[in-house]
Design a protein around this ligand. Structure first.
Ligand SMILES: *Cc1c(COP(=O)(O)O)cnc(C)c1O
Length: 438
């Protein structure tokens, strides 16, 4: 029994998928105690968009620490906080014509979502929030109430209330318009759905299985919220900070109005340090001083690395262009993988550098992830039945490492096909024979 099995709670999860002890991380690679190297296509579930220990951020961080910069400050003003706010305004908000106040909740994603939900409820005086099937917004009770996954919801132990789930984009065939349904529920006085405070949405459901909403769907959702006087909360925690190319995942969607509230966390610090913000339309800046609080809202080390990341990667569009180019590589390789193994895969999907393949059976996805680990690639699974192999390489990964990681994925798939292929092919042949026989 190893240390983690002996001392750490049964709730541990990722260390089960990748049974080794890591010692070092640099860019897109991780090294373990045996000195084995892995390419990291998990990137801290999207918290390491610039890879492990990015040098330009590390230097700034070490300088700040050795100069005795303030580390902890609640929300008292520090030079690090001022520098972050000014940089965020200059590099992110102003060039995009966005008008937001910045709220610092606790340092995790779910803290940001909780704050957004409370704020929307207070601003509208309404209780319920609409979320979507297969959404993931975090594990505390408010966020869990707007999360779809039944296993995660079951952990709550109490009723999850004041939330209504509606079908996400593409839940049905193309001829079923999920937004027309939502509109109907909000319009018909007999629908049984109360007027909500807000709709909370991910433009791509990451944990939910790499489900992509189209720009058109998001535009129409924004228009619908506006028309009904409902706040639109975009949870950009995993797919913001450049994951899809531009800084915000909704940026190139040409929405009529800016989202009322936006949540950011994961890669915001750029260094894997805990950090979250809630961006809110000034009209909804309704909390009284201290009405929402928390000890770790002013993590100065994260302010320092976040500001450095914005300066390093977001003052021009070269990273956005790199992501587009690398995304094309991933799409081409995943599409080929699916074509080569029709019995194993349903489809390849995603946008930018969040892409995945849906397997025909959930067991295949975990087998591929396990085989990938054996050949030196870290990839996770996602989706309601963990049926999707999800790729989240660092945005800054070198092109040769990206190709190498995709080669390793291929190798992992071939390994799984070697053991499962005959069974899968005979099942699909039996199925197609049955179809042919009518
Ligand atoms: C990870 C994630 C969260 C929760 O963030 P934590 O830091 O784990 O609390 C919320 N929403 C989305 C979309 C996420 O990917």
């Amino acid at each position: 029994m190893n240390t983690f099995q002996r001392l750490e709670s049964e709730v541990r999860s990722y260390c089960r998928a990748w049974p080794t002890v890591f010692t070092k991380g640099s860019g897109a690679t991780l090294v373990d105690e045996q000195g084995a190297e892995y390419l990291d296509f998990f990137a801290g579930a999207g918290a390491l968009n610039y890879g492990h220990n990015p040098l330009p951020l590390r230097e700034k961080l070490l300088d700040y620490i050795t100069s005795e910069g303030v580390t902890h400050s609640l929300d008292t003003a520090t030079t690090a906080k001022e520098e972050f706010l000014l940089t965020f305004e200059e590099v992110v908000l102003a060039p995009r014509g966005l008008d937001y106040k910045v709220m610092f909740p606790g340092p995790t994603g779910t803290n940001a979502v909780e704050s957004a939900l409370k704020l929307a409820r207070k601003a509208t005086g309404r209780e319920s929030v609409i979320s979507f099937t297969n959404a993931f917004h975090g594990m505390t009770l408010g966020s869990l109430a707007v999360t779809g996954n039944s296993m995660k919801r079951a952990g709550a132990g109490v009723p999850l209330t004041n939330a209504v789930t509606m079908p996400y984009a593409g839940s049905f065939d193309d001829d079923v318009d999920t937004l027309e349904q939502l509109d109907y529920f909000l319009t018909d006085a007999g629908s049984g759905v109360d007027q909500p405070a807000a709709v909370v949405v991910e433009t791509i459901q990451a944990e939910g299985g790499v489900n992509v909403a189209s720009a058109m769907w998001m535009r129409r959702l924004g228009e619908l919220c506006h028309r009904h006087g409902i706040l639109l909360i975009v949870d950009d925690i995993q797919v913001g900070c450049g994951r899809t190319g531009p800084f915000f995942s909704f940026e190139e969607m040409d929405l009529d109005h800016q989202p009322d509230i936006v949540c950011l966390s994961k890669s915001l610090s750029g260094y894997g340090l805990p950090f979250a913000v809630v961006l809110l339309d000034p009209r909804f800046d309704v909390f009284k001083p201290g009405e929402h609080n928390g000890t770790f809202r002013g993590f100065n080390l994260a302010f320092v690395t976040a500001a450095a990341a914005l300066r390093r990667w977001w003052t021009n569009d070269s990273l956005t262009k790199d992501v587009a180019r690398r995304a094309d590589t991933v799409t081409a390789r995943l599409t080929a993988l699916v074509e080569d193994h029709p019995a194993m895969f349903e489809e390849a999907r995603g946008r930018g550098l969040i892409q995945g393949v849906e397997c025909s059976e959930p067991e295949l996805a975990s087998a591929i992830s396990a085989a990938a680990f054996e050949v030196g690639l870290i990839v996770e699974t996602a989706g309601p039945r963990d049926e999707v192999v999800k790729l989240l390489p660092p945005l800054t990964i070198r092109d040769d490492q990206l190709e190498q990681g995709l080669d390793l994925l291929n190798e992992a798939v071939e390994r799984v096909f070697d053991t499962e292929g005959d069974r899968l092919l005979s099942t699909s042949e039996t199925a197609s024979e049955a179809v042919a026989a009518g």
